[in-house]
Design a protein around this ligand. Structure first.
Ligand SMILES: NC(=O)c1ccc[n+]([C@@H]2O[C@H](COP(=O)([O-])OP(=O)(O)OC[C@H]3O[C@@H](n4cnc5c(N)ncnc54)[C@H](O)[C@@H]3O)[C@@H](O)[C@H]2O)c1
Length: 255
């Protein structure tokens, strides 16, 4: 019970890595608020988990592109659970494999909005409460932030922005004991990964190739990333702030 009676918000929590985080935190005794813009997937999360965790799980329909919705949702979390100990900025999108000439600046800005500006906005609204609890922020970035990714300039740039933001905010909040870290996964087996692979020439072959990019020979599971989040949210990581943790199965070693 490493997060007993502590409160966590996870954005983009209905599927993939976000759902993995919710499962890990609930197992460790947390009160968890799962935010997503996908109402059907949120309802499924609620159905799947409420038999075990009904009193500790809150699901909120939130589009993290809206600062107004984020602000309202943060207050709903604190109204229900009384405090906030950790914010996991996970919601994100990955556009199809697209060369720069085929992605308009407006489309690129939408990627920045959902992947980066939401990280800023959620942190902006949550910090007041996190300063009170000496809490933590964990930003789900990507190895593409440091390695780049062909035909994904806007995506990789949005993930790089999350890393710069992490380091700068860590400096700003350290005096209040608020730690801010980022996780940079390489490849995680999620709906987003499979949808993105489906835009490539031979999706099955692509998934096999992607698995082999990790010297460990496979992608991560969403729960494995959730466990890194839990580590960064607890005192086990009490001397870490402003770090970009490469959770990549060794992929960068063989780059
Ligand atoms: N899957 C990977 O291999 C991988 C690797 C590196 C980084 N990441 C990052 O991890 C995060 C999660 O990715 P995933 O693979 O689990 O994706 P996913 O698509 O499987 O799940 C993402 C969830 O976020 C929600 N979401 C998207 N936009 C939203 C919005 N505007 N408001 C609220 N909810 C929104 C979706 O509805 C979905 O439930 C993303 O930020 C992604 O960039 C993923």
């Amino acid at each position: 019970m490493r997060f007993q009676d502590q409160v966590v918000i996870v954005t983009g929590a209905a599927k993939g890595i976000g759902r993995g985080c919710i499962e890990v935190f609930l197992r460790e005794g947390a009160y968890a608020s799962a935010w997503d813009r996908d109402a059907a997937a949120l309802a499924k999360l609620q159905d799947d988990l409420s038999p075990r965790y009904s009193d500790r799980l809150q699901t909120l329909l939130v589009d993290v592109a809206s600062s107004q919705q984020i602000g309202d949702a943060v207050e709903q979390v604190v109204a229900r659970f009384g405090k906030l100990n950790c914010l996991v900025n996970n919601a994100g999108i990955h556009p199809p494999d697209t060369p720069i000439e085929s992605m308009s600046p407006e489309e690129a800005m939408r990627v920045m909005q959902i992947n980066f500006a939401s990280t800023y906005a959620c942190s902006y609204h949550a910090l007041r409460h996190l300063r009170t609890t000496r809490g933590t922020i964990v930003n789900i970035s990507s190895m593409t932030a440091v390695l780049g990714q062909r035909n994904s300039t806007a995506y990789a740039a949005s993930k790089g922005a999350q890393v710069s933001f992490t380091k700068s905010l860590a400096l700003e909040t350290a005096a209040d004991g608020v730690r801010v870290n980022a996780i940079l996964p390489s490849n995680v087996d999620t709906p987003l990964m499979r949808e993105w692979a489906a835009t490539l020439a031979d999706p099955e072959a692509a998934l096999e190739r992607i698995a082999k990019l990790q010297p460990l020979g496979r992608m991560a599971s969403p729960q494995e990333i959730g466990k890194v989040c839990l580590f960064l949210a607890t005192d086990d990581s009490s001397f870490l702030t402003g770090q970009a943790i490469e959770a990549d199965g060794g992929a960068a070693l063989d780059y």
